[in-house]
Ligand binder design. Structure first.
Ligand code: ATP
Ligand code: MG
Ligand code: MG
Length: 553
């Protein structure tokens, strides 16, 4: 194996394996989402890293729901997290864990710390705690409660547990070092009082363990070998190590930090995404404009394209912002191989072929996917009345325009050559019909005289085609760093992020499309069936991405 192609985490792992530092030689990672929202694209990176490493080294990856903040957590989020990980093609098997499963153990460890004089109950207010904590340049001060007797600490902690005190009245703190250069080591909080019904433990507890206490001990209990997190936890590492070194904890996992995934134009924070949902700026967490896993799934992104994207971004130790267009590039690359090609007219203009016999329907074979061998063909009905895109006809052609205009001949894809002759207009002067003639000899795309035509248009039979709704999406925010200027991302919302077309006309083959199928509407982009709103009476399609990059303008 070539060492140079390994990322820094793989190098650490291979080194640990080679030097016998991994119990049973089994790499154990975990993906630890807090169930306080739906997963977003950033989480995909963490999922791919954690599950990917476990796969690569024949170890395992735990799913750990980090559920220590009952006020914000919900079963709905837990279910969505599982669905999203499965959609990406990963499975935790039997290794499903909840931080809340360790409440009893964590509580006993806390009691032991108190008995050993290593933790104390503090009555400072939130404001005082902040003041006593000091700053980056100034050491903190000891709380007057730091020297409380062990008996008193035990009694107060028991009262906290029994619900005898209000929220914020007391916290349990580790006794470490108020002068530590690392603020996270200045007697960090271990427990707080919180009166909230927990999705799993109900009202059993009203004291809840803090992240810096829960996370390392959960990792240790589960035998995690490499605990991977994002860079903002780097200065929590001493607290992590402190917790895993508590007497009686006999497994020592190690924490490593990598750069989080940032993408321009996108917000990736569950809190902010929840805000968009609550303010009804989007229709829900799975709105196709949302950068959530459920949003991009509904939008028609494939899991393979996202895995490819994340692997192109790589695993680094320096924060950066990835260009949105790289993600779309990966989506196009992948869908090009998968998507079935269909003809759909988004902005219909009626064409009447005067010399084609009325009532006759003939069929052409449409290629399902020219990028895929043996993908087969499907039948496309053709008749006297058709629709083409309105932009494919100009009564007075602009310079260089090669599509249909009076006197000009074009090719109808898969079918015949047609020439436009005259137009019909309504009272306002809008063109309602274009009358054409076709050349019978051009069936299949060429003529005996091999004459050239420059333009090719897609089309749909006016009598056999089906009306569909097409939803065209644009960015939800129209600045690269939403809120970057004003501090409020709501100031940068794109008012035109959704365009709904209710009268698009599609070839009848479209009725076979199911949720989860990948489609390409020729010339108009990649599309998918909307998983929520589409019905057989009212088919709805989401545009996943255009065929070409129009984003970077
Ligand atoms: P958010 O701020 O959106 O709530 P979070 O980090 O609080 O994100 P968690 O549920 O704690 O969300 O995340 C689970 C795991 O996913 C953590 O290990 C976290 O570091 C990782 N993660 C979250 N966001 C990103 C991101 N943008 N890029 C890479 N990994 C991420
Ligand atoms: Mg969070
Ligand atoms: Mg978190």
């Amino acid at each position: 194996k070539e060492k140079v192609s390994l990322n820094f985490i793989e190098r650490i792992i291979e080194d640990d394996l080679a030097n016998g530092r991994v119990p049973d030689n089994t790499i154990v990672t975990r993906f630890p989402p807090e169930p306080n929202g739906y997963l977003h694209i950033g989480h995909i990176k963490s999922i791919c890293i954690n599950f990917g490493l476990a796969q690569k080294y024949g170890g395992r990856c735990h799913l750990r729901l980090d559920d220590t903040n009952p006020a914000k957590e919900d079963m709905e989020y837990i279910d969505s997290i599982k669905e999203d990980i499965h959609w990406l093609g990963f499975d935790w098997g039997q290794y499903e864990y909840y931080a809340s499963d360790y409440y009893q153990q964590l509580y006993e460890i806390a009691l032991r710390l108190i008995k050993e004089g290593k933790a104390y109950v503090d009555s400072l207010t939130a404001e005082e705690l902040k003041e006593y904590r000091g700053t980056l340049t100034e050491p903190g001060k000891n709380s007057p409660d730091r020297d409380r007797s062990i008996e008193e600490n035990l009694r107060l902690f028991e009262e906290m547990r029994l619900g005898k005190h209000s929220e914020g009245k007391y916290i349990l703190r580790a006794k470490i070092d108020m002068a530590s250069p690392n603020i996270n080591m200045r007697d960090p909080a271990l427990y707080r009082i919180k009166y909230a019904t927990h999705p799993r433990t109900g009202d059993k507890w009203c004291i809840y363990p803090m992240y810096d206490f829960t996370h390392p001990i959960s990792d240790a209990i589960e035998g995690i070998t490499h605990s991977l997190c994002t860079l903002e936890f780097e200065d929590h590492r001493p607290a992590y190590d402190w917790a895993t070194e508590i007497d009686g904890i006999d497994h020592a996992p190690h924490q490593y930090e990598f750069a989080r995934l940032n993408i321009n134009y996108l917000l990736m924070s569950k809190r902010r995404l929840l805000n968009l949902v609550n303010l009804k700026i989007v229709t829900g967490w799975d709105d196709p404009r949302m950068p959530t896993v459920s949003g991009i799934r509904r939008r028609g992104y494939s899991p393979e394209s996202m895995k490819d994207f994340v692997s192109r971004v790589g695993v680094a130790k320096v924060e950066s912002v990835v260009d949105y267009s790289l993600m779309e590039f990966c989506v196009r690359e992948d869908l090009n191989k998968r998507a079935e090609r269909l003809m759909v007219v988004l902005d219909p203009l009626k064409i009447i072929i005067d010399n084609y016999s009325e009532g006759t329907i003939e069929y052409f074979e449409g290629e399902n996917n020219p990028e895929q061998e043996n993908s087969g063909t499907h039948k496309i009905p053709f008749g006297r009345e058709l629709y083409i895109e309105r932009e494919d006809f100009m009564e007075v052609p602009a310079k260089g325009y090669h599509r249909l205009y009076p006197g000009n001949e074009i090719r109808l894809k898969y079918a015949y050559y047609i020439t436009a002759n005259s137009v019909v207009k309504d009272a306002e002067g809008n063109i309602t019909e274009v009358h054409c003639t076709y050349d019978k000899e051009s069936r299949g795309g060429t003529t005996p005289d091999l004459r050239k035509v420059k333009g090719t248009s897609h089309w749909v039979s006016a009598t056999e085609g089906v009306t569909i709704e097409a939803r065209l999406y644009d960015k939800l925010f129209n600045t690269e760093y939403p809120g970057g200027e004003t501090g409020n991302y709501l100031d940068d919302l794109n008012p035109d992020s959704l365009k709904v077309i209710t009268n698009a006309i599609a070839e009848p083959e479209i009725l076979k499309a199911k949720v989860g199928d990948y489609l390409q509407f020729i010339r108009n982009g990649y599309f998918c069936v909307d998983s929520k709103d589409s019905t057989s009476e009212h088919p709805v399609f989401n545009r996943t991405v255009t065929l070409k990059d129009s984003w970077a303008k």
